[in-house]
Design a protein around this ligand. Structure first.
Ligand code: MOS
Length: 711
């Protein structure tokens, strides 16, 4: 070989070697175009008008004055909008009626889309949208999320609401040590840097959409259903995505843009503002979780109950399945879990990085820490003693459970052996110091995908797959995987993604994207390699092989498939100011084969930073009177920034998945799991105070310090 890059000298060894993003240069030089950047001839701009009441009906909309404003082309609302089909089951279930915009006059929450003003420029559209007067008939709303809410009910989400084995009360009564605690987590928002945006253009019956999504196939399916179209006549592209975190499925911008483009017979673009994202981009529900643990004196669990309640809107059920994590992590003779939801006059929550596991692991792993304290057992030893042989609820064998290796390697590197378990003893000037740990898991799976790989006469290869790189480095990972499967250096491989025309593929979600796509790419590349061995000259159009992993994925044996991890944190707490600083953090993961150590580390670190943010900062506050947010922007909603984030290390133990052609398990989400619990457990170790409500903001530390600690 003659043109190998410095990073991939040897064909066949790209995966496992750090590689900068193949599109990195385009991104930092501004060449990369995002959804709202692409030029379209004759483009009109839509601006959404959102409800200012949390419940009621639209009585009237004064469109005439707005239609007379400069540049305004149209106002779409429930009176003139085309009808949509909402009675279908899509890739991830029934559609959230929020996306079926302008179909009726009811308002189920504050920030609900009531109209779209379309104008020649975004500025004209915005000015007109903000001038549009909407009259409402307001009804009383309920945004009070409480543990005792009478409307709470068990709802099966993507997993059953309730699991139960054994006599819980009897086992608790017979346990030498019992922990019975309630934890709460607040409403949290993903808010990716690139706002949700979409441009739609019709050409006869053919629809083209450029948007910011986590899966072009998914968006095609939803739009085809909503607008009663043949999916083959819909093309969705999303070449670059500035973050998704679960929020970028089909949302209001795509549907509103498609609708307006249809009515106006010209391309229309709709972009959410940062504030609009707070009601239309989805979010993580607050949770209230009750955990009861019963154990022998030596820490072996005999009873485990994890109950979680989250909220949903009144128009769609979404469950934040926080109790699900207990179904995988720990077993007990009596083992009960339940996820319940209460419908409120609030926007529908959605998937947000590690849905369920992120808040669920905070509660469960903090409760384990409380149990360790009560038993007088080291928290790591307690976890090692409770490692299950099989899935506690499924009864299935684990397809690799390397949690023990993560805990031991993490403990070694963090210096855990020297830790004095007693709380409130260490000082550094005004700071109290403490360390904490927590375990983590996230499902590992694969879903059917198709890919094509083309060999060109110049010796290069083009991979096409409807993958989405939402910032994870998926495009780069697939480049490495393809290069290895083809047996060529990475600079001879070009990976094209983000286009539904490339055929159906898994979404960037469930930590399953890169694994599912890599499988399809490997299959196509392997077959192409065999074909090339037999072929003579490559014709001008190249030689293309197409793969479909549907059968291979379906043949996977039934097992508990998960990634695992161990999180460690050291904190300093100033009980006079209430300030909590994370001083260092370490995460060790067993998450399958790591394709690109550079971007994988970034993915883990990003999750851990989010864990710090979740533990100490993030909290969307609702105003009970209006039903909306207090400060729905990135000034009012605090996230961890550079000054909050210390030296963080993430590393991994060898853990290739034997059932995956590349050995991948998936690393998208596990970085955040357990991270907040490790911080909260460290705060206890520093101060002797258990903080069971996130975030551990200064006011909470001060309130606690006013009591027992360091008064
Ligand atoms: Mo993820 S929350 O499955 O995008």
């Amino acid at each position: 070989m003659t043109t190998a890059t410095t990073r991939s000298r040897t064909a066949g060894s790209a995966a496992g070697t750090p590689h900068t993003r193949v599109e990195g240069r385009d991104k930092v030089t501004g060449v990369a175009r995002y959804a709202a950047d692409l030029p379209f001839d004759g483009l009109a701009h839509g601006w959404l008008v959102l409800s200012t009441i949390a419940r009621g009906r639209i009585r009237a909309i004064d469109t005439a004055p707005v239609l007379a404003m400069p540049g305004v082309v149209a106002v779409l609302d429930h009176r003139n909008a085309p009808r949509l089909t909402t009675d279908y089951v899509g890739l991830l279930g029934k559609p959230d009626p929020t996306c079926a915009v302008f179909q009726h006059d009811r308002v189920p929450y504050l920030g609900w889309p009531v109209a779209l003003v379309v104008a020649e420029t975004p500025e004209q559209a915005r000015e007109a949208a903000e001038a549009l007067v909407v009259h409402y008939e307001q009804q009383p709303h309920d945004v009070d999320f409480t543990a005792e809410h009478p409307d709470a009910r068990a709802v099966d989400g993507h997993m059953p609401a309730v699991t139960a084995k054994g006599d819980l009360e009897a086992r608790l009564a017979a346990s030498a040590v019992v922990v019975d605690v309630e934890y709460t987590t607040p409403e949290e928002h993903h808010n990716p840097m690139e706002p949700h945006a979409a441009t739609a253009r019709w050409d006869g019956d053919r629809l083209e959409v450029v948007d910011s999504n986590q899966g072009a196939t998914w968006v095609v399916g939803e739009l085809a259903n909503l607008f009663s179209l043949d999916p083959a006549s819909v093309r969705v592209r999303s070449e670059h995505v500035g973050g998704g975190f679960g929020s970028k499925g089909v949302r209001v911008p795509q549907v509103a843009a498609v609708m307006a483009a249809k009515v106006l017979r010209r391309p229309v673009r709709v972009v959410l503002t940062r504030r609009q994202m707070f009601s239309l981009a989805g979010y993580r529900s607050p949770t209230v979780q009750r955990i009861r643990l019963g154990a022998d004196a030596d820490g072996r669990l005999r009873a485990l109950e994890h109950r979680s309640q989250s909220l949903t809107s009144t128009v769609h059920d979404f469950v934040e399945p926080s109790a699900g994590v207990a179904r995988v992590m720990y077993d007990a003779d009596a083992h009960h879990t339940a996820n319940r939801v209460v419908p409120l006059d609030m926007p529908t929550p959605t998937w947000m990085r590690a849905p369920g596991e992120a808040p669920g692991s905070f509660a469960l792993e903090a409760a384990l820490d409380e149990l360790a304290e009560k038993c007088g057992i080291d928290p790591i030893e307690l976890r090692l003693r409770n490692e299950p042989e099989r899935g506690p609820v499924s009864g299935l064998p684990f397809a690799g459970r390397n949690l023990r290796a993560c805990l031991l390697e993490g403990a070694r590197r963090f210096g855990w052996a020297d830790r004095d378990p007693r709380p409130g003893l260490r000082r550094d000037g005004r700071w109290l110091l403490g360390t904490g740990t927590a375990a983590a898991s996230f499902p590992a799976g694969a879903a059917p995908s198709t890919a094509t790989v083309t060999a060109l006469a110049d010796g290069t290869f083009t991979v096409r797959i409807a993958a989405a790189d939402i910032g994870t480095g998926a495009r780069t990972a697939l480049t490495l995987v393809a290069a290895d499967a083809l047996g060529v250096p990475t600079d001879r491989v070009r990976v094209r993604i983000g286009d539904s025309a490339f055929g159906p593929a898994m979404i960037a979600g469930g930590s399953m994207g890169t694994r599912s796509w890599a499988w399809a790419v490997t299959a196509a590349a392997g077959e192409l390699r065999e074909r090339l061995a037999l072929a003579g000259d490559i014709p001008p159009e190249g030689i293309t092989v197409r793969s479909d992993t549907t059968a291979a994925v379906a043949a996977l044996a039934q097992k508990e498939r998960h990634s695992f991890g161990a999180q460690f944190a050291e904190v300093a707490v100033d009980t006079a100011t209430g300030e909590v600083r994370v001083r260092r953090m370490l995460g060790i993961f067993a998450a399958g084969r790591i394709v690109n150590p550079l971007t994988a580390r970034g993915q883990f670190l990003g999750g851990m930073v989010w864990g710090i943010s979740m533990a100490l900062h993030e909290e969307a506050v609702r105003d009970r009177a209006s039903g909306g947010h207090v400060g729905p922007d990135l000034a009012g909603y605090h996230v961890a920034t550079n000054a909050d984030v210390p030296l963080i290390e993430a590393d991994w133990v060898p853990d290739p998945d034997p059932d995956d052609p590349v050995g991948i398990k998936g690393i998208g989400e596990i970085g955040i799991v357990g991270a907040a619990a490790a911080v909260a457990n460290a705060v206890w170790h520093a101060t002797g105070v258990r903080h069971r409500s996130l975030p551990i903001r200064p006011s909470r530390v001060l309130t606690a310090a006013g009591g027992a600690v360091d008064a």
